[in-house]
Design a binder for this molecule. Structure first.
Ligand code: SF4
Length: 271
């Protein structure tokens, strides 16, 4: 089954390549989780991996606590060098919670101070709580810290049409859309047309309870990105991936590599 899938996905995806389709550099980097735990807020949270992982070890993911890594951006090794180095890529921030969660309001200012102090690092914040953004930024935020990218997660059309109009008006220097988990076809053309979106990322849902992700949804989003010259990245297939009417079960460790094999990332048409 897996070999058939690889063959099909390669054939199908090769047909989709365009002249200016080049391999977009994948997201890579470090993870900084200053706090852990979260609350489900929208359909994309249904099978949240934080909840799944915590349940498997008998932990309650709805309890939000500061972690031992809270000061990670300032931590140094025995050679007195920062542990987090810019050459290691973006620092993905709050991957087992949401940076704009209410419970973290008293802790966040300290995080902003560290983010400002480590201006050599690029921080990536992925959120489903973009509506809280203005009450969560520091006094000196201005038009945004240059070293912060905020990814607005929109898992379906309803969330796109709620969150993206808010997002577009916010003072953020690097605006990225994250369709993960992608739960349906999503039209983001009106938002891409503003020229304010730097990057779009798509992916399916992981776990055995995952909802299926259709390859056609991914391709439709890619087409929208190509139309507006916005870089696009297909990050991972998710567990149940539908292509040409067939549903494929993709093991967790193959979900990213399968997406990469598709070779459909788009760099925005840059030379
Ligand atoms: S916002 Fe993210 S971390 Fe929080 S419950 Fe939803 S999916 Fe999980």
């Amino acid at each position: 089954m897996r070999n058939v899938f690889w063959k099909n996905i390669r054939n199908n995806m090769n047909m989709q390549k365009t002249d200016n389709s080049k391999k977009q550099k994948s997201d890579s980097g470090s993870i900084w989780n200053p706090w852990h735990g979260c609350h489900k807020i929208s359909p994309g949270c249904q099978n949240c991996y934080v909840y799944r992982r915590d349940e498997s070890i008998g932990k309650d993911a709805s309890i939000v606590t500061k972690t031992g890594d809270f000061y990670l951006p300032l931590k140094k090794n025995r050679h007195k060098e920062y542990k987090l180095q810019p050459q290691n890529g973006s620092v993905f921030t709050c991957m087992t919670s949401d940076f704009f969660l209410e419970e973290a309001d008293e802790w966040r200012p300290e995080c902003w101070r560290m983010i400002r102090e480590r201006s050599d690092l690029r921080f990536a914040i992925i959120t489903k709580r973009i509506h809280r953004f203005m009450e969560c930024i520091p006094d000196d935020w201005g038009e945004g810290y240059p070293n912060v990218s905020v990814y607005c997660t929109v898992e379906n059309q309803q969330m796109a049409d709620y969150r993206l109009p808010i997002y577009l008006e916010l003072p953020i220097r690097h605006k990225h859309i994250c369709h993960e988990p992608m739960l349906g076809p999503i039209n983001i053309e009106p938002y891409l047309a503003t020229g304010k979106i730097e990057y779009v990322l798509c992916g399916g849902e992981s776990g055995e309870q995952a909802r299926p992700c259709h390859y056609q949804w991914i391709l439709d989003t890619r087409d929208q990105c190509i139309k507006y010259h916005v870089p696009f990245h297909f990050k991972q297939t998710g567990t149940f991936f539908v292509m040409n009417g067939k549903t494929y079960h993709i093991k967790r460790w193959l979900q990213q590599s399968q997406a990469a094999k598709a070779g459909i990332d788009y760099d925005g048409g840059k030379e």
